[in-house]
Design a binder for this molecule. Structure first.
Ligand SMILES: [Zn+2]
Length: 262
């Protein structure tokens, strides 16, 4: 086998552990991405942390609620689209967005986050309120309500402010809950191929409430995510999976580093 100098350098550097130059697919595999079939292609999902993930789709690379150290995204291509559900620090960080945004990156946010964007990001942002829809690169995007119904939790996510999203990518419908309880609008969703459903206390809902909603709207597959809570409010994704049973295919992802859940 003839090695080009570039191949050799890459291989040698990788062997020395100093640098890794791999095509995205290989890097994706190294990150344990999950593959879902669309009408004519694939969506690959890469949990990054808590409420943050990357989806590689036939329409482009989509980031959801990226926050924290931008280096966590070094292994992924720059985002073509960033979706932001709401203003809380585990979903929205202007510095992270500024670091991750590429020249062509489009942002979609709820109105409250749009008001908080620095000037450098405002021009790239499209604002969707609850019930609004848009199309990006052939992907239909619907802003779904996300809010608390329980009286003592209503101050966390008041009704009308925050978004969930449903994306229809190449015929494949993906629901991202944002921070919400098991609201009627979630239970009424139809034809969802993949859902990301939050669960934690005191901010959102229990694993039982999330599983009950999932059993009603029956996504083909579902990731429990955003399950670290406060004051003992962390929810158990295995318990969620047990409660969901056959209603959906439960996907467990590496949302937290060892020890992060306490
Ligand atoms: Zn949150």
């Amino acid at each position: 086998m003839t090695q080009t100098r570039r191949t050799f350098l890459t291989t040698a550097a990788a062997a020395a552990g100093t640098i890794t130059i791999l095509p995205f697919a290989a890097r994706a595999a190294a990150h344990g991405g999950d593959i879902f079939q669309t009408a004519t292609g694939e969506v690959a999902v890469f949990p990054v942390a808590h409420a943050s993930f990357v989806m590689q789709t036939p329409a482009g690379v989509i980031y959801a609620d990226p926050v924290g150290d931008p280096a966590a995204y070094d292994a992924y291509p720059r985002p073509d689209l960033i979706l932001i559900t709401h203003e809380h620090g585990d979903h929205f960080n202007a510095d992270t967005l500024t670091a991750l945004k590429g020249d062509g990156t489009h942002l979609i946010t709820n109105p409250a986050v749009a008001d908080k964007l620095p000037d450098g990001l405002k021009g790239a942002a499209e604002v969707l309120a609850n019930g609004d829809s848009t199309t990006w690169n052939g992907v239909a995007i619907d802003a779904i309500p996300a809010y608390n119904m329980t009286e003592e939790r209503k101050n966390f996510h008041p009704q009308g402010r925050d978004n969930g999203y449903v994306l229809t990518v190449d015929g494949f419908r993906v629901y991202i809950s944002g921070d919400t309880e098991d609201i009627p609008e979630m239970r009424a969703l139809t034809d969802i191929g993949l859902a990301f459903v939050c669960m934690n206390l005191p901010f959102t809902m229990t694993a039982e409430a999330a599983a009950s909603a999932v059993a009603e709207f029956k996504p083909k597959a579902v990731y429990p995510y955003h399950y670290r809570g406060r004051d003992g409010g962390t929810q158990d994704p295995a318990e969620f999976a047990r409660l969901v049973g056959d209603a959906s295919q439960v996907q467990l992802g590496p949302w937290y580093k060892p020890g992060e859940l306490g």
